[in-house]
Design a protein around this ligand. Sequence first.
Ligand code: NDP
Length: 326
Amino acid sequence: MTQAVVIDKTEDQQTVALRDITTADLPEGDVLVDVAWSTLNYKDALAITGAGPVVRSFPMVPGIDFAGVVRESSHPDFTAGDKVVLNGWGVGEKHWGGLAGQARVSGDWLIPLPAGMTARQAMVIGTAGYTAMLCVLALEAHGVTPDSGEIVVTGAAGGVGSVATMLLAARGYNVAAVTGRASEEAYLRDLGATSIIDRAELSGKPRPLAKERWAGAVDVAGSTVLANVLAGMKYGGVVAACGLAAGMDLPTSVAPFILRGVTLAGVDSVMAPKAKRIAAYDRLVSDLDLSRLEVIATEASLDKVVDIAPKFLSGEVRGRMVVPVN
Ligand code: NDP
């Protein structure tokens, strides 16, 4: 017997509660994991509150990521006792996820916990931080270097934004952190931001082109924020777009692409192939000062996640929220 956050749906109403479940209740998979740590990401908040169409079947255990220890495995890559990490693959959306004492998943979705990283650290980074790394890798793949110029990070005080700011600063980039929370300026400067931009400045009606400011961008916002970021890119700039915190739309024009050669690089963490994940985690281990991760971490127990989830949607959560499970 273990506990799980369970989302259920009757005809028109979604319910969420902490429930007792048994191993027999878990979905099919060739690896059974004792979950040690899970987290709350923006997507988990959408699932738990029902604010976005994240959950594909009910009942569902949310939790798009977890770190834990293999209890049973018939997958060739894993044996009992192995420490593992999972991000995405539809877990917490269409397959029961990490906000539970145990998870049964496909071994193809797991990667080994990287050497030098604890399970808690892996979850402080979480899917948000691993996505931030994918965004930085996308900028690099398109030729951006610290000499190219300043990088703008939107939603900087959130999960993806906090880790992106830390990663870029560690590599020697000047980082312009966009935030809607002026009160987080000291926090963002502590992470390595070299300048702070009020989100309101990037929330107005976008013009096709604006003054050339940034060589690169990590955008978690989408919508008018992303449109304004695109308009403010320098010639040849690269924008890694991964989120929709401001909205799913993109009210822009082709001007940044055809007149300034700007690249819009889409970043998806959910279906990223295993080799890309392992490369991203290797870089997270080498680039991040793991001893400083606690600066971005807060903790919520399993019985509190339902109450806390709405705070993600109102942009009140700073950094990353980890959930101790076992
Ligand atoms: P968080 O809730 O931790 O952070 C989001 C941040 O966005 C907030 O803290 C806030 O930062 C900012 N924000 C909130 N509302 C708005 C708004 N209306 N306009 C502009 N900025 C806003 O979420 P995560 O960091 O976990 O995720 C960020 C986004 O990235 C989400 O949309 C998520 O779905 C997406 N994502 C995508 C992934 C992928 O694979 N493509 C993987 C992981 C996340 P501040 O207060 O500093 O302005």
